[in-house]
Design a binder for this molecule. Structure first.
Ligand SMILES: [Zn+2]
Ligand SMILES: [Zn+2]
Length: 413
């Protein structure tokens, strides 16, 4: 191992050996598969099971994992091969990661390179390489505060859909900062444990707002195209309610530019002049005609409704939720790409949760590092960087973050 890696391994070891480190046991831990990535071996150790949290903690202290995962699934034999595990059920798990959310700054701090042909670009990593179609990429990303805030915004929309539309209580929702660039939401409830992949896919589609008949532009009864805007009715439940409220918000705040950007060309001025009446009479009371100067037909309202659906749906990673054998990072453990903790907090705390305060694991000491490049970042109240080819003495948490992100090396004095 290099000097920097030794340093990281040593810091992770200190964290896991510290008696005040709190690592909560997941529910029914004896039925879960555990998996580890160790600093020394660099290979994933899978198909292990642990019955007691104290045993797990002493294993962490001795072997020092860079990353710890457990299954969202419950098994009869967690140690057996996949085929012989005996699947008993799984938590419903959502992953919201800045990797999947386009932001105004991702082109500044994120890069990807195709592992097959070397083609590279900036911003969100594509699903396949535009040059050769390859699907493996080397990525260089940054846990940017603005990007994490946009992931949080998606998480708030998800929590609202789960609670208000699907009827889960706040007590059943476990909200976590992932330790890197996003949030996890786990639903542990007997009602969802036995859901298969198809059923979970239905939940995913609902969260994304896919296949909503109200947006199809057809009359339900006979499937014929809508002729008049009078038939564009929105009721007060589920997605209809979300679209109704979203359309009101959109209309009341829209600029001419906003309307044109979503493809509305006619009666723009009339719509803006009559926005208050549209919000109440049209959208709220479902009376879609009769305002002079607003000659918009149903296609126009559908354009707004579809745009609002995009704004109101939650950008979850669909693969994670539908995979009933998924391994997920263990709560309370460190993320091997940042040195930040995965940490749980109550759903009500989402708006003011601060990962750069609350997920910090290393609170003492300073380390001298030579930084190749790093954007500006914050640890608790203190700002650091941007740095370019600079040697600086940083608090341990900042140094660990830069080393793990490949932006710095520890200075060997
Ligand atoms: Zn390629
Ligand atoms: Zn960003």
């Amino acid at each position: 191992m290099t000097f920097s890696r030794d340093f990281i391994c040593q810091k992770f070891g200190e964290f896991y050996r510290n008696p005040s480190t709190d690592i909560p046991a997941p529910g029914a831990m004896y039925q879960r598969e555990f998996a580890f990535l160790l600093f020394k071996e660099r290979a994933m150790v899978r198909h292990t099971s642990v019955s007691k949290i104290s045993k797990l903690k002493s294993f962490f202290s001795e072997s020092v994992p860079s990353d710890v995962y457990h299954s969202c699934a419950y098994y009869e034999n967690p140690e057996a091969d996949m085929a012989k595990k005996g699947w008993l059920g799984a938590d419903l798990v959502f992953d919201i990661d800045a990797d999947h959310i386009p932001t105004s700054c991702d082109k500044i701090h994120d890069e990807w390179t195709c592992g097959k042909c070397g083609f590279s670009g900036r911003g969100v990593t594509p699903e396949s390489c535009p040059s050769c179609g390859g699907v493996k990429f080397d990525t260089k990303t940054w846990p940017c505060e603005r990007c994490i805030a946009s992931a949080k915004n998606e998480t708030m929309k998800l929590a609202s859909i789960l609670e208000e539309d699907l009827g889960f209580s706040g007590r059943d929702l476990h909200i976590f900062f992932s330790g890197h660039r996003g949030y996890h939401v786990h639903v542990e409830d007997d009602a969802i444990k036995s859901l298969d992949t198809m059923a979970r896919r239905e939940i995913v589609d609902y969260v994304l707002g896919l296949g909503l008949s109200v947006l199809e532009g057809r009359d339900k009864a006979d499937g014929s195209p809508k002729k008049s805007s009078g038939s564009f009715l929105l009721h007060d439940f589920g997605w209809n309610r979300r679209i109704k409220m979203g359309m009101q918000k959109f209309i009341l705040n829209a600029t001419e530019e906003d309307l044109r950007r979503i493809g509305i060309k006619q009666s723009v001025k009339g719509m803006l002049q009559n926005r208050d009446v549209i919000a109440t009479r049209y959208i709220e009371e479902n009376r879609w005609t009769g305002i002079k100067g607003v000659g918009a037909g149903v296609e126009t309202w559908l354009k707004i409704a579809r745009h609002v659906k995009d704004l109101e749906s939650a950008k979850i990673d669909t693969v994670v939720t539908t995979d009933i054998h998924r391994l997920i990072r263990m709560n309370g453990t460190l993320h091997g790409k940042t040195g930040l903790k995965k940490i749980e907090f109550p759903v009500e705390r989402l708006p003011d949760f601060d990962p750069f305060k609350e997920a910090i694991a290393f609170k003492e000491g300073t380390v001298k590092v030579s930084v190749s490049s790093a954007p500006e970042f914050r640890i608790r109240e203190q700002m650091f960087g941007p740095y370019k080819n600079k040697t600086v003495e940083l608090p341990t948490a900042a140094a660990v973050l830069l080393v793990l992100k490949g932006r710095a090396e520890v200075v060997n004095e």
